[in-house]
Each structure stands twice: as structure tokens, then as C-alpha cells.
Ligand binder design. Structure first.
Ligand code: ZN
Length: 354
């Protein structure tokens, strides 16, 4: 009888919150072109680009092109090996100049992501793809790596997690309330939103909504975002006190006034970022795979999970971790010839024998 090492650790992570990523894939119906009014363009937004959803920089033809075409490759826009070269505007005569103390503040926001994912912000040393961080009258960022120089514009230098929010965009996050499943959790109060701001509340086409909806996400709007009512949420002349986002029961008690926090990364902000920028020996399994296989960079990663348990186990490196991407029941009991860890990514996973 062969002695086989059975050294599998099964850790079901009973995590109860959500993800902060809205991912789009191709093959979905193209939305009708809906030209949108441009918001005023603050300093630092390049020619040919505009701001949507308050702080996301996209090409001016973003809506005309249709969202799937514009965004389905988001996961290909991850930073290679999690390395994000950065430069500050250090020219004192430039309107975008960043003082040394502000640079330090931003580096702290970078450290918040570095602490939770395999992400490394490094001073640029000739790399062609990098973020260029500058002072502006408003915060804004692209979503994901664009190729070449891409700006991150900061106004709130004294708000660590507003800066972390902008870096979250640069790393690949969209806004949490743009998820396609958001209507199960929140209600948009359209009457309180000016017509020229309504486009900021579009939900994304087809999502890879990873994990449960995350009211606590640093990528979520606050309850008064884009409200045309002064003194929101206490304006009795407006519906819902002027709120633009009303949290649905039973979540409202806990989350109505808490959404839009900018003082920490939520559990799911951290977890999903760690999946997007994983440890090298992490692999992922999803029996109901929703990945976009044609664009897989590496089979078994978060966006291209394996869809068969035995295959996934075989391919996970010795000493590595296999993440079960969706809650559910998995047939996992077997004889393993290498040490590895199986963990449940979101929610609860049950492991059973064959
Ligand atoms: Zn944002």
C-alpha cells in the first residue's frame, strides 16, 4: 500500500459580506447608444476623456461604444504581477503639484491595498504602464490598467480611504452600487437625481458580481450621492429626505446611513482584491463557471476558474490554496498526494464525499 500524504486542510470561511467588483463579459446584447451629457471636466482629465459616476475616467465615446465593448476586458487590465508603478507630479510650477507630505499620505493609501492583496506600488523606474498622481479639484481615476501613463487625480489628500477608493478604481474596481443585482438591495430614488446626473446610477451590463452585495464597500456611493435636494437626508420637501439611494429591508436598519463609508476597506473589498491579485500558488474553482474563457490569461485564476474539482485539485500546486469561488456543495473528499488548502471564497461551502 502506498503511503500517501493526506494533508489537506479544509477551511470554510464563513464570511457573510460581499464583493466590490462589477465585471462585464462579452456576448451580451449591446445597449442602444445613449449619449450622455458630460460632467464638468476637472483638472487632470485628459483630452478625449470624461468623468462618469462622479469619479471614473472613460473615453468620451464610452456610452456610444456600448458598455460590453468598453469594459469586458477589464480583467485583462489588471496590473502584471500586481506591480503598479507610480509617479507624482513633482513640478512645483505645475497645477497638479503634489507636496511631499501629500505624497506620504497617498503612499499610506497604497499600503492599505498592499496589506490585503498581492499588489505592490513601486516608484516608476522606466516602466511604460504607470499611474501619474496629481493634485486636482476633484478625485478621479481610470478603472484598471490602461496601458501607458494614466492619471489618478486627487482632491482629498487628507482622506486616506478616499484615496484608497481612487486606487481601487486604478486596480480594477467599479462602483459597488453599479452591480447588476443591486436592485435587490437598494432602490434608486430617481426623483431626487437631476436629469443630467441620472446616468451615474446605471447598473453595469451582465456582471460577475463576486460575493454578496457589499453595503460596507469603500467603493459604494453614499445615500445622498448626486442628490438635487439640499440638506439630504433631512429634507422633508423631497422624497425619502432627499436620498438618492434607499437601502431595502431588512438591510436598511444597519446600512442606510452607513453606505458610502470612506474609513476602511471592507472585508469583501479586501478579499476580492486578494483574488484579483492573488498569491502565486492560489487557484480557483467554480462549478458554475461564469468566466470569459477566450480571454483567460491563466486557467485557474479568479476570472478563469477551473470548473471541475478533480482537475482543480490536480492542478493546484503543492502547498497552494484552492479557493471555491461560489458557495455550495462540493465533492471534495478524496486521497490527495500533496499538501494543499481548500478554502471557501464567499459564503459557506460544504465538502462531501464522492
Ligand atoms: Zn469612484
Amino acid at each position: 500500500m502506498n503511503a500517501k500524504m493526506i494533508a489537506i486542510t479544509v477551511l470554510a470561511a464563513f464570511v457573510s459580506v460581499s464583493a466590490a467588483l462589477a465585471q462585464t463579459r462579452s456576448g451580451q446584447p449591446q445597449p442602444q447608444p445613449t449619449p450622455q451629457p458630460q460632467e464638468p471636466k476637472p483638472y487632470g482629465v485628459p483630452e478625449g476623456y470624461m468623468i462618469i459616476e462622479g469619479d471614473i475616467i472613460v473615453p468620451v465615446d464610452f456610452y456610444e461604444k456600448g458598455e460590453p465593448a468598453a469594459t469586458f476586458t477589464t480583467f485583462l487590465r489588471l496590473w502584471h504581477d500586481g506591480i503598479v508603478p507610480y509617479e507624482f507630479d513633482i513640478d512645483p510650477s505645475s497645477p497638479g503639484y503634489v507636496s511631499p507630505s501629500r505624497r506620504n499620505a497617498m503612499i499610506q493609501a497604497m499600503a492599505d491595498w498592499e496589506a490585503v492583496a498581492n499588489v505592490d506600488f513601486v516608484p516608476r523606474n522606466g516602466q511604460s504602464d504607470y499611474i501619474f498622481i496629481q493634485d486636482s479639484d476633484r478625485n478621479s481615476s481610470f478603472v484598471g490598467r490602461q496601458g501607458g501613463k494614466q492619471v489618478v487625480n486627487i482632491f482629498n489628500w487628507d482622506r486616506e480611504f478616499i484615496m484608497a477608493h481612487e486606487l481601487g478604481h486604478a486596480l480594477g474596481y467599479w462602483h459597488e452600487q453599479s452591480r447588476l443585482d443591486r436592485d435587490n438591495f437598494i432602490q434608486i430614488i430617481w426623483d431626487n437625481i437631476p436629469d443630467d446626473k441620472k446616468h451615474n446610477f446605471q447598473s453595469r451590463q451582465e456582471g460577475g458580481e463576486y460575493g454578496p452585495y457589499d453595503f460596507d464597500s469603500v467603493m459604494h456611493y453614499n445615500q445622498c450621492a448626486f442628490s438635487n435636494c439640499s440638506n439630504c437626508p433631512d429634507n422633508n420637501a423631497c422624497p425619502s429626505g432627499g436620498r438618492t439611494i434607499v437601502v431595502k429591508p431588512p438591510f436598511d436598519t444597519q446600512w442606510q446611513s452607513a453606505i458610502g463609508q470612506r474609513n476602511h476597506l471592507s472585508v469583501m473589498d479586501r478579499l476580492t482584491m486578494s483574488f484579483m491579485y492573488p498569491e502565486p500558488n492560489w487557484r480557483f474553482l467554480d462549478l458554475s463557471c461564469r468566466c470569459f474563457l477566450l480571454n483567460c490569461i491563466r486557467a485557474g485564476d479568479f476570472f478563469c476558474p477551473y470548473d471541475d474539482m478533480a482537475d482543480a485539485v490536480n492542478r493546484t500546486p503543492a502547498g497552494g490554496t484552492l479557493w471555491l469561488r461560489t458557495p455550495g456543495t462540493y465533492s471534495a473528499l478524496a486521497t490527495y498526494n500533496k499538501p494543499m488548502t481548500i478554502r471557501c471564497g464567499y459564503g459557506t461551502c460544504e465538502l462531501r464525499g464522492q
